[in-house]
Write a protein that binds this ligand. Sequence first.
Ligand code: SAJ
Length: 415
Amino acid sequence: MKLTTVGLGYIGLPTSIMFAKHGVDVVGVDINQKAVDSLNSGKIHIEEPGLQEAFEEVIASGKFKATTQPEPADCFIIAVPTPNNADQFKSCDISMVMTAVESVLPLIEKGNVIIVESTIAPRTMDDFVKPLVESKGFTIGEDVFLVHCPERVLPGQIMHELIHNNRIIGGVTQNCIEAGKKVYGTFVQGEMIETDAKTAEMSKLMENTYRDVNIALANELAKVCNQLDINALDVIEMANKHPRVNLHQPGPGVGGHCLAVDPYFIIAKDPINTDIIQVGRKINNQMPHYVVNKAKEILKAVDGKKLTVFGLTYKGDVDDIRESPAFDIYEMLKDLDYEVVAYDPHVDLDFVEKDIKAAVKDSSLVLVLSDHSEFKQLTDADFEGMKDQLIFDTKNVVKSDFETTKYYNFGNLYT
Ligand code: SAJ
């Protein structure tokens, strides 16, 4: 099989490499010439465990190459971004998906499969992609097979989850489902769940919305418990001992390119019936302000003017600062005229301090905003040299017992 993938980002690149590892001839296409050059010189441009090794393997075997121009293939996978539009409800901007499909249409021959993996608003395949392909004279399900197969992998575990996760195969017709299953059968060991395109679209959006709304519930619980002098983290632990309860974890907000984006795609399609989803978004968007206010209170008690932010990424063990509440908090604190140092072992930016001792020197508070593995084992010794040894761990990641350091998290903010 020959495969052309359009979009070599967080999803398109690992997916392309996975197909190539399993014997498929893959051409990876991206409009970003720098990314293409970097790949062809042997370097991947994203941090993801196991990806560089797999990449080197498929370059050596000649099964993968990167380019800016699509090439003819048996199957085309579209994995380009779908950001929010600037409208009131932040609807789904499908323009990059449509442009990507248009870019491969001149190459399409009878029997080809076109798969959209990008996250899209419900009904996008039926109402927009299908008519576009039909406008070239193709009959869907006979000449060309159209499938929405949403990506569902978790950054940090992509290489494992690509193989082992269940895959939703949303065909525009039954023949399209069969064609999609054949493609993913190359390496997927999870179940391949057959459905139509619009159910696949909505399922994907609801997965992330479920998580977003549940995190909002945990954040709300943290705020209420703080008012009432109750340890929210203990409450979560207790409640989760019930066999049908799964409270999520509070945090500094919800970031990344999925949970903070996808719920709006549903809201925009039906603003009337989406109260819970809208409130969930609002609560999570307010969390950075809540954290900043708590940090201000802690600092005020010691007349602290300098603090150190630990982690700028949207979650632990990734280098991604897109839609990161941690980064927003860092900016907000700087605007408040504190001296703010950023420390993040995963982020390579000029202003990010890499030396922990230098990062905490003369600081009055360490504000932990990402749950990087490196932060788990922090001890009193790491905080020597601070003006005040205070730490506010918004991710409940630090596991040590402190003696000289005063430790706050969402469970004991009231103390
Ligand atoms: N977070 C909390 N509390 C929690 C869990 C997460 O505050 O209890 C925060 C994280 O810190 C982060 C954000 O939520 O800021 C999102 O992180 P995540 O690990 O939940 O998810 P993503 O955005 O990295 O990946 C999600 C995954 N979706 C689900 O787990 C339902 C992934 O499977 C999807 O493929 C991905 O979105 C996507 O691309 O849509």
